[in-house]
Design a protein around this ligand. Structure first.
Ligand code: NAP
Length: 473
């Protein structure tokens, strides 16, 4: 079987890769397992040195890595470069902080001493998406490796070039042989790999449909999972918001990465009193976006990553318009070569429409009206997803109170949702579970081990007692 990379701006085949056979997968798992036995013994300082070398390598090779990602999945080149810089930052962040995040934590109990240790689990399988082809992998790999785990990557099939590039980055930066391996396999192979006893745990970033498959397979094998899935983030604009700033940020949040971001604002829920004005400003800003060749440094919106993804977006827009949504801007694919889709603004969107209920993974903003803040929050929560959320108001205290009522893994007030190594990242509901980044992310793939130490020499014979704190499970 072969797997192809296709340039989405030209529809030309860039490369064809032979999928791994069973023997190659097995060999990679053996190597990753053997590497784990050595890597888990290495001191934090040594692991940190490695990650700093990875960061330096990424920066040194940024131009070629960025170009390759843009050719393979269509991201505007300036955004590809920014993605690589963010990967380097994440490596350095964990190089600087992992030892403190995972230091033994003493706990006062009836023991002579007791503490909690964070120990690595083993080989972690990462199933990753194409939309941030380097970042999604490094977001997981930097903390996992710093914790003493090793990793195998099953990347999205359309970014196999990036998958191999990341393996090369780790190897050339000096990671021990086998500690990070890329497996070139289709999604249909994932269940078998999860069941393999050499795999300790699984992390998936992808759609909720893939989440269901991966979680079910991991459940059958009783393996820990972290799931970072899709989102349909609300962007609430209250009547007291700074509308110009909100509209500018709305455009950045919605159209960045050509709208293909899990934490892009997708549903713009706007107070009635300012709705018309907001739609006008949003559409005017979006109309100025420069769509075109993603290798051109002036381009802000490139093609969608694959033809089937553009078809899915077309279906969602068409069905929403048939149900009464009003096209204020765009609303159609762009004719010619490449999977381009015009930046789109839909107004009068209501909850039963696909543009509201489903995740739209492309440059389509859906605007929904709300009577007041209470209805805005109810609409925000009326979604199967709960990844990020945005709220615009000049009244910060009110914003904080409303944030507690929004069902999502994050709320950004007067800003746009963005991941940051210092803050936890993840979702609730069909956006998944578990957290990446920060101290929470690095502890996901650890064995949180309790150590309890009694006196070195027993001072009294064992006797029955009724202390509830000393009963066994
Ligand atoms: P996808 O189709 O779910 O694919 C993601 C990964 O899962 C790919 O490696 C894919 O392999 C694999 N896969 C697909 N179906 C599978 C199955 N049934 N069993 C096992 N593996 C399977 O998602 P995508 O189109 O690449 O990415 C877009 C989605 O990811 C969106 O929903 C987006 O919101 C979400 N996402 C979430 C986050 C987050 O942090 N929460 C971040 C980025 C993206 P193949 O390519 O070989 O099919």
């Amino acid at each position: 079987m072969s797997i192809q990379s296709i340039n989405p701006a030209t529809e030309e085949v860039i490369a064809t890769f032979a999928a791994f056979g069973e023997g190659q997968v097995s060999e990679a798992l053996d190597q990753a397992r053997a590497a784990f036995q050595r890597w888990r013994q290495t001191p934090f300082a040594e692991r940190a040195d490695l990650l700093r070398r990875v960061a330096a390598y990424l920066r040194h090779h940024s131009a070629e890595l960025a170009r390759d990602a843009t050719l393979e999945m269509g991201k505007p080149i300036v955004e590809s470069e920014a993605e690589i810089e963010k990967c380097a930052w994440n490596c350095e962040f964990y190089a600087d902080n992992a030892a403190a995040f995972l230091a033994d934590e003493p706990v006062v109990t009836n023991a002579a001493a007791s503490y909690v240790s964070y120990l690595p689990l083993g080989v972690v399988l990462a199933v990753m998406p194409w939309n941030f082809p380097y970042w999604q992998v490094i977001r997981f790999a930097a903390p996992a490796l710093m914790a003493g785990n090793t990793a195998v990557l099953k990347h999205a099939s359309n970014v196999t070039g990036a998958a191999l590039a990341i393996e090369r980055v780790f190897r050339e930066a000096g990671l021990p042989e086998g500690a990070f391996r890329t497996l070139i396999v289709p999604g249909s192979e994932v269940e078998r790999i999860i069941a393999d006893p050499r795999i300790a745990a699984v992390t998936l970033t992808g759609s909720d449909a893939a989440g269901v498959s991966v979680a079910a397979a991991a459940g059958r094998a009783l393996k820990k999972t972290v799931l970072e899935l899709g989102g349909s983030d609300p962007f609430i604009v209250l009547e007291d918001a700074d509308l110009d700033a909100a509209a500018r940020m709305a455009v950045r949040s919605r159209y960045q990465n050509t709208g293909q971001s899990c934490i892009a604002a997708k549903r713009f829920i706007v107070a009635d009193a300012v709705a018309e004005s907001f739609v006008e400003k949003l559409a005017a800003e979006a109309a100025r976006l420069r769509v075109g060749d993603p290798l051109d440094r002036e381009t802000q919106v490139g093609p969608l990553a694959r033809g089937d993804l553009r078809e899915a977006l077309e279906r969602q827009v068409r069905a929403s318009v048939e149900m009464g949504a009003r096209v204020v801007l765009g609303g159609t694919p762009i004719a010619g070569k490449g999977y381009f889709y015009a930046p789109t603004v839909l107004a009068d969107v209501t909850p039963e429409m696909p543009a509201f209920r489903e995740e739209t993974f492309g440059p389509v903003a859906a605007v929904i009206r709300a009577r007041d803040a209470a209805e805005a929050v109810a609409l925000a929560n009326d979604s199967p997803y709960g990844l990020g959320g945005n709220l615009w108001t000049r009244d910060i205290q009110r914003g904080r109170e409303l944030a507690r009522r929004i069902e999502s893994g994050g709320v950004f007030i007067n800003g746009m949702t963005a991941s940051d190594p210092r803050l936890p990242f993840g979702g609730v509901k069909r956006s998944g579970y578990g957290r990446e980044l920060s101290v929470f992310g690095i502890r996901e793939f650890t064995n949180i081990q309790t150590v309890w130490i009694g006196p070195a020499a027993a001072s009294a014979p064992m006797k029955a007692h009724s202390d509830p704190r000393a009963t066994t499970e």
